[in-house]
Write a protein that binds this ligand. Structure first.
Ligand code: GUN
Ligand code: ZN
Length: 358
């Protein structure tokens, strides 16, 4: 197959350029790629086509696609009154399978070919979602969302049951498996909904298998205070660190309200922030100073976080990321007119040095 259009080509580690060109796909791989006019008959494309690698969504909730747009509530209330009842629908694993088909169609129609997702606490539904994704050929990490306390009874499971289910899923969808593009991710929902025993034990399983770990961190100040009160005043990031959950294959959703010492732990362990700019604005959780986190050496990826996020298309999520950086610049940097303003504060626990770079 010959595809022609505007190629997105990397020019250095962080830069790329657009150039007219074409590529040839043979046996499922890019066999040839060239700039300029295509000398062959073109099967797909044209001057106004944009040819890029598939997009990656690093933080998304499969069962929440039906809940996009429940506006006006802060995180914890939104979870309790909108999201948890919606996730209950995945008690029915055939519903989970058909919903996953629908979600995958949406991903592909927006160019997303890889994703890291949460399912629900339901084991059979998670298996169904993973099998559907495997059949469809997308590259994915999917996790059964682990909850063993302080959540509605209908989504809470005994600790031991979840440990057994995690073990089964790690065997069936091994991490870094050669034969499959879908792997299981160890997914404690967040520190408030998991006992220390559950977190410690799944961290051990993740370490021994090399599995990806994904969880939520410091999305709202109310959530930070709740977690700190549950763990004797320990900082939120330190809770995960002490459970053994941080590392190079750990994805931390949001990471907005982080103190200096927390960011140092994240950097030292090589953990990755999944930045979710649409969701952060939608739930009015805060604005993450991405450029500062990057200057400090943190690894940052990008997630739609549907259903708190409302955009499936990753270029639009990236656009929101840029908008967020600009809003922060308005509110934190001295006014360019020289009149000064700089009111907005981010809870970082330390001084922020505004820079005009991203
Ligand atoms: N924190 C714990 N669970 C969730 C969730 O489903 N969505 C978001 N945005 N934050 C969470
Ligand atoms: Zn999330």
């Amino acid at each position: 197959m010959i595809i022609a259009g505007q190629l997105l080509l990397p020019t250095s580690g962080s830069r790329a350029e657009l150039a007219a060109g074409w590529l040839c796909i043979a046996a499922g791989r890019i066999a040839e790629l060239a700039r300029g006019a295509c000398p062959h008959a073109v099967d797909l494309g044209g001057d106004d086509y944009f040819i890029t690698p598939g997009f990656i969504d690093a933080h998304v909730h499969l069962p929440q696609f039906d809940g996009i747009g429940c506006d006006g509530l802060p995180l914890l209330e939104w979870l309790n009154t909108r999201i948890y009842p919606m996730e209950r629908r995945w008690e029915d694993s055939s519903y989970a399978a058909s919903m996953t088909q629908r979600v995958l169609r949406q991903f592909l129609s927006h160019g997303t070919t890889s994703f890291c997702a949460y399912s629900t606490v339901h084991h059979q539904a998670t298996v169904a979602a993973m099998e559907v994704t495997r059949q469809r050929g997308l590259r994915a990490c999917i996790g059964q969302t682990l909850i063993d306390r302080l959540s509605p009874e209908y989504l809470t499971r005994p600790t031991q049951q979840q440990l057994d289910e995690v073990r089964l899923l790690l065997e069936r969808f091994p991490p870094l498996g050669e034969s499959s593009r879908v792997e299981f991710g160890v997914t404690p929902r967040f520190a408030a909904s998991c006992t220390p025993e559950l977190m410690q034990e799944v961290a051990r399983m993740a370490r021994s298998t090399g599995a990806i770990v994904q969880t939520h961190l410091a999305e709202t100040t109310a959530e930070c205070e709740w977690v700190e009160s549950l763990f004797d005043g320990k900082l939120y990031t330190d809770v995960y660190h002490s459970m053994g959950l941080l590392g190079k294959r750990t994805l931390l959703g949001h990471g907005i309200h982080l103190r200096d010492e927390e960011r140092q732990v994240i950097r030292r362990t090589g953990s990755i922030i999944a930045h979710c700019p649409n969701a952060n604005v939608f739930l009015q959780s805060g604005v993450m100073p991405r450029w500062l986190w990057r200057e400090e050496g943190l690894r940052v990826s990008l997630g739609s976080d549907i259903g708190a996020g409302f955009e499936v298309a990753m270029p639009r999520v990236a656009r929101a990321m840029i908008d967020a950086a600009k809003y922060l610049r308005f509110s934190m940097a001295p006014s360019l007119s020289g009149r000064g303003q700089g009111g907005g504060k981010v809870r970082t626990g330390g001084p922020l040095t505004p820079t005009l770079s991203q």
